[in-house]
Write a new protein. Structure first.
Length: 198
């Protein structure tokens, strides 16, 4: 964990490792849900290696991508990212991908996203971030709302899912709104910890 950039209670964010490219390739090929951005997109480990180790353009990066790993054993759980970073207007899109159903629904994604938002707002001083979820993806929509995002619009017929066009619901989050959501999230975690100790 000596390469951790952001550390939470159960997960930390760190740079990706080239050796993990086959893990991401296998996970996307075996993806069970069509709600994720990639769906069942069979990419080779070489494609992930290129993405992880590709040439870095001159100037500030347009994307900052972190591996999500467990604190206790550094087990790779997924990835979070800031995409389309606009350094002038201080905006970006956020993304989360967890590797398989066995790690979803356990709070890892929320904790990782909260660390990413802390990085976005406190470390690189972004003003607003946005995210989206496919209409009908109740789990992703609920997670975004818990993280403080608010509905900001709709992109009609954003993608095809099961042969049908599906709208994308767009959400945004200002730093001040995130601070409130972060404090509420920390309070919920503290209460949960107290309940476990009883």
């Amino acid at each position: 964990m000596n390469d951790a950039i952001m550390v939470g209670r159960r997960v930390h964010l760190r740079p990706h490792r080239l050796a993990e490219a086959p893990i991401f390739a296998a996970a996307t090929a075996a993806e069970l849900t069509t709600q994720s951005k990639t769906g069942r997109l069979p990419l080779s480990p070489l494609a992930f290696e290129y993405g992880l180790d590709g040439g870095v353009p001159a100037g500030p990066p347009a994307t900052i991508d972190f591996a999500v790993a467990r604190v206790k054993d550094d087990r790779l759980l997924g990835s979070v990212a800031l995409l389309e970073i606009d350094w002038v207007n201080r905006t970006a899109e956020t993304a989360t991908y967890l590797l398989g159903e066995e790690v979803r629904g356990r709070g890892y994604g929320t904790e990782a996203k909260m660390l990413l938002l802390e990085y976005a707002f406190d470390r690189i001083q972004l003003h607003v971030v946005r995210s989206w979820a496919r209409e009908g993806n109740a789990r992703s929509i609920a997670a975004l709302l818990r993280q403080g995002y608010r509905p900001a619009g709709r992109r009609f017929r954003g993608t095809v899912q099961g042969g049908v066009y599906v709208d994308h619901l767009i959400f945004d989050l200002l730093r001040d709104e995130w601070l409130l959501a972060r404090d509420a999230w920390r309070l919920r975690n503290a209460e949960r910890d107290r309940d476990r100790e009883r």
